[in-house]
Design a protein around this ligand. Structure first.
Ligand SMILES: Nc1ncnc2c1ncn2[C@@H]1O[C@H](COP(=O)(O)OP(=O)(O)OP(=O)(O)O)[C@@H](O)[C@H]1O
Length: 236
């Protein structure tokens, strides 16, 4: 579904991503992990079209490396942001309407009602997203906005961060439900290893902008390179 070929991003002298190559298969739930500053958000920005990398990005066999942001959304790439950024003067439902028109190019109120219900936001639909929403509600709205764009590939950037462990488990269960219900392929950035083990069929680890491990999560987290990258250990 998604193929990254030697994706490289530089910010001045800093190489944020260096020749990153891997593929994501239709229906996968892939955990993208790595220490702070490893390049995870930059990779999401490159895939969703916020920044233009060197290398190639193919989505469903189409070269989208140079496609603008809105075109990628229209093709079926949706994403959430690490810091939820709803349009605060609009209601929760209006936020979804804007996202749907942007991403799907159509209005489908029934679909938005379904998304509000599945994200447990039905009771908040007509409230302004003005900061009065609790953290969990903001996170659910962030995902609801991404779903409203009607993606086939959903990029989730630390949507579970800041939740206590019970809420995290419930949120992970919700993501599994969304995966099945909307026939999604998911790439999720997440630091919590237990969550990745429970949610993902595969994990890719970035460190200093490079892929250092790729495989079944349990094996990946035992990989000495991965352990070293998290503990800051240096090879003898
Ligand atoms: N717009 C930018 N300009 C300059 N440097 C940037 C920019 N965006 C990111 N960087 C740098 O690129 C590197 C990768 O950052 P990125 O945010 O992608 O990492 P990350 O893995 O998502 O980290 P975290 O887990 O802390 O969110 C970091 O060194 C960061 O400081």
């Amino acid at each position: 579904m998604l193929a990254l070929e030697a994706v490289t991003v530089r910010f001045g002298g800093l190489v944020a991503l260096r020749e990153v190559s891997f593929t994501v298969a239709q229906g996968e739930v892939l955990g993208l992990v790595g220490p702070n500053g490893a390049g995870k958000t930059t990779l999401f920005n490159a895939i969703s079209g916020l920044i233009r990398p060197r290398g190639r990005i193919l989505f469903e066999d189409r070269d989208i490396t140079r496609a603008p942001l809105h075109r990628r959304a229209r093709l079926g790439i949706g994403r959430s942001f690490q810091i939820p950024q709803p349009m605060k003067h609009l209601t929760v439902r209006e936020n979804l309407e804007v996202a749907q028109v942007f991403g799907a190019g159509r209005r489908d109120p029934a679909r938005l009602t379904e998304i509000l219900e599945v994200m447990d936001l039905g009771g908040q639909a007509d409230r302004e997203a003005d900061g009065a929403l609790a953290l969990q509600e903001l996170k659910r709205l962030e995902i609801a906005k991404a779903l409203a764009t009607e993606p086939r590939l959903l990029l989730l950037d630390e949507v579970l961060a800041g939740l206590e462990s019970g809420a995290k488990r419930a949120f992970a269960a919700k993501l599994r439900e969304l995966h099945a219900r909307f026939a999604l392929t998911i790439v999720i950035v997440e630091h919590d290893i237990e969550t990745i083990l429970g949610l993902c069929s595969r994990a890719v680890v970035l460190d200093f902008g490079q892929v250092i491990a790729d495989g079944a999560p349990a094996a990946v987290f035992r990989d000495p390179k991965v352990v070293a990258s998290y503990t800051g250990a240096v090879d003898a």
